[in-house]
Design a protein around this ligand. Structure first.
Ligand code: SAM
Length: 212
């Protein structure tokens, strides 16, 4: 997706992906993944998952929108410091640091402390050609990583993304260099995705642990 699309979503407060509380598939992640080591959250928005993760470990997020970064801290009554760093602005409070800027322009030094990655609505936010670039960038940023990935599956012809359907075959292909394990599946048929309703024949949310 083009950056303008996302910036416009934030400007118009069209946040259909926004959760009200931490994601159940994050809460039920394997206990050895939910540890105290710093975690990177690409395309993090103002997700409540950031707060959940920060209860256990330092969190480093990446987010394009200034509105998202500012709202995250103010809505959670956190007093953030703001520092400009080249193409990025770094917001930081307590255990949470958000790099505001383009994820694809990040350098490994910005996530140097992280060994884990949490992806909810990041990979599935991107159209197919960008998903390969996204995985390549994750790999470039973190030569070793333990990724908890939440994905979504529905019949492709029945709805346009985002969120896009990213089925098991694509995940195993994209992460062919890594150890890929399916953890859990949630049937969301007839329910929807966060604030959005879906009229698809089926809708399944999956969680994956991917290590490289
Ligand atoms: C579907 S939302 C998901 C947000 C968050 N992960 C959540 O679960 O609430 C995708 C987010 O990615 C951000 N984004 C899109 N392209 C980006 C980029 N190139 N760099 C950083 N953030 C980006 C958007 O602004 C948006 O907040």
């Amino acid at each position: 997706m083009q950056q303008d699309f996302w910036l416009q979503c934030w400007q118009q407060n069209q946040l259909g992906w926004q959760q009200d509380e931490a994601h159940p598939l994050l809460r039920s992640a394997p206990s050895d993944w939910l540890n105290a080591s710093p975690v990177f959250v690409p395309l993090c928005g103002k997700s409540p998952d950031l707060l959940f993760l920060a209860q256990q470990a330092p969190v480093v997020g990446a987010e394009l929108s200034e509105i998202a970064c500012r709202d995250f801290f103010t809505e959670n009554q956190l007093q953030a410091t703001r520092a400009e760093a080249g193409e990025f602005v770094c917001y930081s409070a307590a255990e949470i640091k958000l790099w505001q800027g383009d994820f694809f322009a990040m350098q490994s030094a910005q996530v140097a402390e992280c060994r884990r990655i949490y992806d909810r609505a990041a990979l599935i936010a991107l159209p197919a050609p960008m998903r390969r670039d996204y995985v390549n960038q994750l790999r470039a940023l973190m030569p070793t990583a333990d990724l908890l990935l939440l994905s979504l599956e529905y019949p492709v012809g029945e709805k346009n993304g985002p969120p896009f359907s990213v089925p098991a075959e694509e995940i195993t292909r994209l992460f062919g260099f890594a150890e890929v394990t399916l953890l859990q599946q949630r049937d969301l048929t007839g329910q929807g995705f966060a604030r959005r309703r879906f009229d698809t024949t089926y809708l399944t949310e999956t969680s994956w642990r991917i290590r490289w």
